[in-house]
Design a protein around this ligand. Structure first.
Ligand SMILES: NC(=O)c1ccc[n+]([C@@H]2O[C@H](COP(=O)([O-])OP(=O)(O)OC[C@H]3O[C@@H](n4cnc5c(N)ncnc54)[C@H](OP(=O)(O)O)[C@@H]3O)[C@@H](O)[C@H]2O)c1
Length: 113
């Protein structure tokens, strides 16, 4: 069933996010994807799916990505960044949670490292 409630999907270039992307598009959800390198994702999404640039370790850019979002899927981990994984993962999740709260996001589905 189609819904006008905007969904923000993070991790859409990843294993789980990539599969969820196709499921949400098949259900005609209003969808925006956040990607560090959006140029690699744009060619893989449906025409109506929005793709915006963003990095959960850079909070300044998250405000715009979360604007008008009802539900956000957080499917990100920092395992490929070398040492300090735990601290980086916590910082990223905190950044996202704070930006989502400020933007009035109603629900976050979190699957972290
Ligand atoms: N796969 C599993 O079996 C499994 C099991 C249990 C839990 N999980 C958890 O589920 C989540 C997704 O797993 P996955 O297997 O789909 O991971 P994945 O394939 O490695 O994808 C990770 C995603 O995170 C994005 N990402 C990484 N750092 C980012 C940052 N700083 N800002 C924005 N995006 C960032 C990556 O985007 P880029 O394209 O920019 O790199 C990529 O889309 C993770 O938290 C993982 O720990 C996975």
């Amino acid at each position: 069933m189609a819904s006008t409630q905007l969904i923000l999907l993070t991790g859409a270039t990843g294993y789980i996010g990539g599969r969820l992307l196709k499921e949400l598009e098949a259900r005609s959800r209003a969808l925006r994807c956040l990607a560090r390198q959006p140029q690699f994702l744009r060619q893989r999404v449906a025409a109506r799916t929005e793709v915006v640039q963003g990095d959960v370790l850079e909070p300044a850019g998250l405000k715009q990505a979360l604007e008008g979002v009802h539900t956000a899927y957080y499917l990100v981990h920092s395992m490929h960044g070398g040492g300090g994984f735990q601290e980086r993962d916590q910082e990223a999740a905190r950044n996202f949670g704070q930006a989502a709260a400020a933007a009035g996001v109603r629900r976050i589905i979190y699957l972290g490292g």
